[in-house]
Design a protein around this ligand. Structure first.
Ligand SMILES: NC(=O)C1=CN([C@@H]2O[C@H](COP(=O)(O)OP(=O)(O)OC[C@H]3O[C@@H](n4cnc5c(N)ncnc54)[C@H](OP(=O)(O)O)[C@@H]3O)[C@@H](O)[C@H]2O)C=CC1
Ligand SMILES: Cc1cn([C@H]2C[C@H](O)[C@@H](COP(=O)(O)OP(=O)(O)O[C@H]3O[C@@H](C)C(=O)[C@@H](O)[C@H]3O)O2)c(=O)[nH]c1=O
Length: 283
């Protein structure tokens, strides 16, 4: 896809997009700083692109609690402005959002029409981004995903490997549930959606996509230790026993039937993908 413009270059998903479509144009912070939405618009308008993906975001969940303005500009104002520019030049736009737009009540997987009610600043700003994009018009898709991991960048797998080497026991929350999602699966899903949107200019909307099967952070940690052959024991704890600046949803499970029905995209098995990521990291 030579006419693809991607906001983001260094993140987990952007790195996997670059592997899949190296011929696309990737904009790092040096070239397109999302803190400056007007600059992002100017770059898009001058780019002559055929399609746009936004893989950049303010993803520091706890830090966002003390930097709400910065998080808002990057996660809401910039994607809204980018969507407006994409609509103005008539190219499809795919944006990535999060399970943290939900409050995590109940146990049933959330579908795309479920009521949003973010618990923290990160989720609130991501939701504002979704709403801004929808209001901007044009052809857009928002892919909500969760618990992203890959060999590149910071993520829960990397944290667990580091702590697992240092400690005999780790306490990890067992009452937050969701689907760990490999970044390469998200990149592939974005590209499939862009192709489908280019072929059918009526396609778009909000879609859920996460790895299967659902687990807890403790379950995820236990599988990481087992596959990495680390002897570190994972002790189940409650959210209350692991205080953090940002509240996180207890139920992050995503119902992924719509993306399967409309785009033929299946949930990846995160355990198999974890195996490949660990091999890539050299574990
Ligand atoms: N990580 C996760 O667990 C989840 C992520 N998501 C969403 O998926 C998408 C991709 O996330 P992921 O790949 O994990 O992101 P990462 O946390 O790996 O990377 C974030 C990326 O955004 C860039 N970025 C941050 N601020 C700016 C800015 N002001 N201007 C330009 N670029 C900026 C970073 O650039 P730099 O290297 O310069 O800082 C980096 O490339 C995001 O929309 C995120 O909200 C959804 C669910 C879970
Ligand atoms: C390091 C650690 C974390 N935890 C808990 C804290 C938290 O509830 C959970 C995950 O912690 P993290 O801070 O690594 O993950 P977090 O930054 O909350 O991850 C989120 O990132 C954003 C960008 C998203 O969009 C979400 O889908 C989700 O992936 O694990 C423990 O219980 N024990 C530990 O030793």
């Amino acid at each position: 896809m030579s006419g693809l413009l991607v906001f983001g270059r260094t993140g987990q998903v952007a790195t996997e997009l670059a592997r899949a479509v190296p011929e696309a144009r990737f904009l790092g912070r040096d070239e397109a700083d999302l803190s400056d939405p007007a600059a992002c618009v100017r770059i898009l308008l001058a780019s002559n692109c055929d399609a746009v993906i936004n893989a950049a975001a303010y993803t520091a969940v706890d830090r966002a609690e003390s930097e709400p303005e910065s998080a808002h500009v990057v996660n809401a104002a910039a994607p809204t402005a980018i969507a407006g520019a994409a609509a103005a030049v008539g190219v499809p736009f795919v944006h990535i959002s999060t399970d943290y737009v939900f409050d995590g009540s109940g146990e049933a997987p959330w579908n795309e029409t479920g009521p949003t009610n973010p618990l923290g600043v990160y989720g609130k700003t991501k939701l504002a981004g979704e709403q801004g994009i929808a209001a901007a018009g044009g052809q857009w898709a928002v892919l909500r995903t969760s618990w992203v991991f890959s060999a590149h960048g910071g993520n829960f797998v990397k944290t667990m490997l580091r702590l697992g080497r240092e400690r005999e026991t780790l306490r990890v929350v067992a009452d937050q549930h969701g689907g760990p999602t490999p970044a390469n699966g998200i990149a592939a899903a974005c590209l499939t959606m862009i192709q489908a949107m280019l072929s059918d200019r009526t396609k778009g909307g909000i879609y859920h996509f996460s790895g299967a099967p659902d687990t807890s952070w403790a379950g995820f940690a236990r599988e990481i230790m087992a596959q990495a052959e680390l002897s570190c024991r994972i002790e189940d704890i409650t959210t209350a026993e692991y205080p953090t600046p940002a509240r996180r949803p207890a139920n992050s499970r995503l119902d992924c039937h719509a993306i399967s029905r409309d785009f033929g995209i299946a949930r990846p098995d995160w355990r198999a993908e974890l195996n490949k990521v660990l091999a890539e990291i050299g574990r």
